[in-house]
Design a protein around this ligand. Sequence first.
Ligand SMILES: C[N+](C)(C)CCCC[C@H](N)C(=O)O
Ligand SMILES: O=C(O)CCC(=O)C(=O)O
Ligand SMILES: [Fe+2]
Length: 421
Amino acid sequence: MWCHRLSHLQSSLQDLLRGRVICSALQQPSFNSLFPLAVHWHHTASKYPNCAWQQHEDHFELQYANTVMRFDYVWLRDHCRSASCYNSKTHQRSLDTASVDLCIKPKTVRLDETTLFFTWPDGHVTRYDLDWLVQNSYEGQKQKVVQPRILWNAEIYQQAQVPSVDFQSFLETNEGLKNFLENFLLYGIAFVENVPPTQEHTEKLAERISLIRETIYGRMWYFTSDFSRGDTAYTKLALDRHTDTTYFQEPCGIQVFHCLKHEGTGGRTLLVDGFYAAEQVLQKAPEEFDLLSKVPLKHEYIENVGECHNHMIGVGPVLNVYPWNKELYLIRYNNYDRAVINTVPYDVVHRWYTAHRTLTIELRRPENEFWVKLKPGRVLFIDNWRVLHGRESFTGYRQLCGCYLTRDDVLNTARLLGLQA
Ligand SMILES: C[N+](C)(C)CCCC[C@H](N)C(=O)O
Ligand SMILES: O=C(O)CCC(=O)C(=O)O
Ligand SMILES: [Fe+2]
């Protein structure tokens, strides 16, 4: 048991050993009855002065590389990388976790150089490299982002002068593909240039980075304003900023757009970084951000036009954050497709509308709007979990083709190229 801060660890330890107690909790008279066990800190030899550990009743505590980490004993047994517990060829666990005693505690703990050895009651030995523990501890993860991003408004994006990647180099070189993915991961949008304006070439592009996600709209879709489907996308009307397929339990990860033809006016594409807007909400009204990340909503797609009959329902909050580090990973924002709110009582509903208004104001700030006119040959990839898109109304004949991609497979490609995703 100890309750001093990391930076004072050494001196506090000495205080503790000398009986000079500095922590207020320790000054309470009940201290001895609460913590009757003697404190045993283990320090490494002077070669590794920055490592100390101690065994507590219900966890193991390690201080290393400026990090204080606490490990559950079952966790330490469960993550054993010995040959009998873990198959390092398949990277899969062989150990049956259910066979581990939930009250397990190591018989002995020993440190050798930078390896910790735990000997368990049955004699099995588990070894952990200290750096591995730092990498894989909760305390280590809490301080890290899962995906580095550059949040943008129109000015930030334009000033960054993000280069487009050429069709040939995208298809034929790993470097071209990597450059593209790097920018796509950072900004949530990216362009490929000089693509022959056909559906087949667009499909080739898509297949280079991912699996195409087939949906009710087909595998590759190709649309004009003919209202062939029961959705405003298939008209000439303006579309306010939104993310697509909010009515899927897992909204499509990436959207690919290639404008094959437009003989007419208007029809520009609007792009808004949803995470930039959400970040503004977090700064200005953290409780509203919190509410948007907690209230579950339904989005719905009901279609009965011609032969097309569909009814989709997706459930989830507007903002989705990883609970351990509060990092945003998905925004669902589509006011057209948002269904009846009936998952929370009326007073929460009102607070939710207030929070939604705050986010909408941020999303609608003109300085956050990046407008582009899609042209044949220039393919746009949009991170549909982050960047909202919309379009200006238009006149004339306009053909757009594209597809959705499965997010897992885009990230898989990025990781295989050495990117953090
Ligand atoms: C035309 N295309 C297939 C791209 C998508 C149409 C989906 C439109 C829908 N309201 C949504 O926002 O999800
Ligand atoms: O027509 C456009 O530019 C985009 C329409 C749209 O939002 C969509 O297809 O998802
Ligand atoms: Fe859309």
